[in-house]
Design a protein around this ligand. Sequence first.
Ligand SMILES: Cc1cc2nc3c(=O)[nH]c(=O)nc-3n(C[C@H](O)[C@H](O)[C@H](O)COP(=O)(O)OP(=O)(O)OC[C@H]3O[C@@H](n4cnc5c(N)ncnc54)[C@H](O)[C@@H]3O)c2cc1C
Length: 385
Amino acid sequence: MNMDFDLPEDVVAVRDMARKFAADYIAPNARAWDAEMAFPDELIQKLGELGFMGALIPTEYGGSGLGYLHFSAIIEELAVHCGATALMVAAHNGLAGAHIKLAANEEQKKRYLPSLASGEYLGAWCLTEPGCGSDAANMSTLAVKDGKHWVINGAKQFITSGVRAGVFVVICMTEPDKRAKGISTFLVERGNPGLKIGPKEDKFGMRGSDTVPLTFEDCRVPDSAMCGEYNKGFQHAMKVLERGRITIGTLATGLARGAMECALAYAKERKTFGKPLIEHQAIQFMLADMAMDVDAARLLVRRAAVKMDETGEANFEAAACKLFASEIATRHCLNAIQIAGGYGYTKDMPMERLMRDAKLCEIGEGSSQIQRMVIARHVLSKANL
Ligand SMILES: Cc1cc2nc3c(=O)[nH]c(=O)nc-3n(C[C@H](O)[C@H](O)[C@H](O)COP(=O)(O)OP(=O)(O)OC[C@H]3O[C@@H](n4cnc5c(N)ncnc54)[C@H](O)[C@@H]3O)c2cc1C
């Protein structure tokens, strides 16, 4: 069997475009966005012009029509300099956009996807609630039929890009007795009087990307706002998360690579005991472990991305890449701080920010414990691995 580990030329071209943009525009600004807990409109406009806001959206709806291999190359490059930017693009494409692409009808796709693709507005994907995250089927946000409308009451928690979103993909109970089989999805537009957007969370990391609570108080939407079939919302949400985990895996890989690159540059300059840090074997070993793990994470991501692009499924592969990449990212961002010593512990160097960003990858879109549960289910279901 001939296995080719080189990226196809078109993926390299997209990656290089993302790499240049990230180095020229994101790197000089990421620290300020972290401190201010906000992105400028200009960032989203530029990402839209590059085709990154619509990366996964089909060309017939104004997107770039790329697959997960291309998208993972983009997200890794953005994350090298700013996890928050990468998260905003990942959630917009990989959660909100992906759910609409997967489940919406033609009319809904025509209504929302072009504006999401251009970055005119962001999409927000709303599954988590104050009372449930990992066990999402235990949700209590309820949609009740009222004539030709549905009325939504409840609350969602930790919603990425809620401040700017133009459309909210809201996953609600429609038949509570059926639990996971009684859940449906609705598209709620910004400005709906029943939707209240709460204040931004003051987070540890991923600070440029806003995260907000939402409250739904008699939020009325027409029948036509149902996205996907009645009571199929949870099934679609799980498929969306499977895809989303590939993007979090690549995001984490980018953070680990960013920290490694900073640590390497610093170790070449800094001298201790009469020679550059890089010449001390203990430092070389830390860098060797980083390089090996970044490479392994990227290979796991690419395997999951290729499988998703080719078959539309990558349950085990997506969980494995997310789990591995997010855990090595946190570990190696901390190691990068160690290599830079006291300077690494300040905000003058990017490592501490990358480390704070990395921790989210072990929590969002299914925590490390949840990924181990998915992987264990796969292991138990296979006689031969
Ligand atoms: C910055 C940020 C952005 C987010 N963006 C979004 C978004 O856009 N949309 C959205 O819907 N959600 C979003 N989330 C929510 C995120 O997906 C949840 O936080 C995550 O799924 C975990 O849920 P939880 O916080 O309720 O933790 P819990 O489910 O309460 O879990 C708490 C801890 O217990 C562990 N645990 C839970 N059950 C088990 C078990 N059975 N066995 C062992 N350990 C277990 C978990 O791994 C975790 O460590 C975001 C969160 C953050 C922090």
